[in-house]
Ligand binder design. Structure first.
Ligand SMILES: [Zn+2]
Ligand SMILES: [Zn+2]
Length: 252
């Protein structure tokens, strides 16, 4: 049983064949999916999807590239959404210095607000990081946030161990299956008990589907790659990464 811990099921890319996408996930052994919000609208969409499907859970958050939609009013609504039973985390939130749609100062300020919100409600956080690793780590430490996942991990082994020391899980997306990925080394070095898998669908399809639309069933390819890197079975990889995710997201 696999858990795709990060997909954007409400995106337009899935509009036409949504039910088939879910069917293919099931028949590939992907029994659980987190669908992720990136702003208030998509967070509400995520909840609507999760409420319709027993095996899908939702996260609510404001992506660092979407901060133009921030308002105190919206923020209060995010807090209300956390009361929904299917909401398992605050995210994705974080810092993005690659696209840098917004100043670092504004990103820090809003990131801290959402971290405090997650702490207040004892929720895990789903962290988005593009070229902002050191600042993210510093802010997580300063805010004393210890429960979360570094989604679509893209940093080096030392950084992974720093996150694990903080209490975080490391989530690998399709990038780990790409030829010459620097993530082989990271996946080999860190303990399986700290690893999650995700697709980030519809983006970043794993090899050999690179360039195509990504979907939750493809998370199996990522799990297979991790099994191969670690020299263990796919079953063991699936079982442990799913158990890790259930623990982090408090799903019983
Ligand atoms: Zn992201
Ligand atoms: Zn995402």
């Amino acid at each position: 049983m696999l858990f795709d811990t990060h997909a954007h099921l409400d995106f337009k890319a899935f509009e036409e064949d949504f039910e088939q996408v879910l069917e293919r996930a099931k028949s590939s052994g992907v029994s659980l999916i987190n669908t992720i919000g990136i702003n208030l609208e998509t967070s509400k969409n995520a909840i609507a999807i999760a409420e319709k499907h027993e095996n899908i859970f939702a996260t609510v958050g404001l992506h660092p590239c979407d901060l133009e939609t921030f308002s105190e009013e919206n923020f209060a609504e995010f807090e209300r959404l956390l009361a929904c039973k299917k909401v398992v985390a605050v995210g994705e939130i974080g810092l993005d210095y690659y696209h840098k749609n917004h100043s670092a100062e504004l990103q820090h300020e809003i990131f801290r607000k959402y971290l405090r919100l997650a702490k207040k409600h004892n929720k895990a956080v789903v962290i988005h990081n593009r070229d902002a690793g050191e600042d993210i780590l510093r802010i997580l430490r300063e805010e004393n946030v210890t429960k979360g996942v570094m989604h679509c991990f893209s940093e080096d082994t030392k950084f992974a161990f720093d996150c694990i020391e903080l209490g975080f899980f490391i989530s690998f997306a399709g990038v780990v299956t790409f030829k010459n990925s620097n993530l082989y080394e990271v996946a080999k070095a860190i303990q399986l008990s700290k690893i999650l898998v995700e697709t980030d669908a519809p983006f970043l399809a794993p090899h050999p589907n690179r360039g195509k639309r990504n979907e939750p069933s493809f998370v199996k390819l990522t799990a297979q790659k991790i099994a191969e890197i670690k020299g263990i079975s796919l079953e063991k990889t699936a079982e442990t990464t799913t158990k890790n995710a259930l623990e982090l997201f408090g799903i019983v």
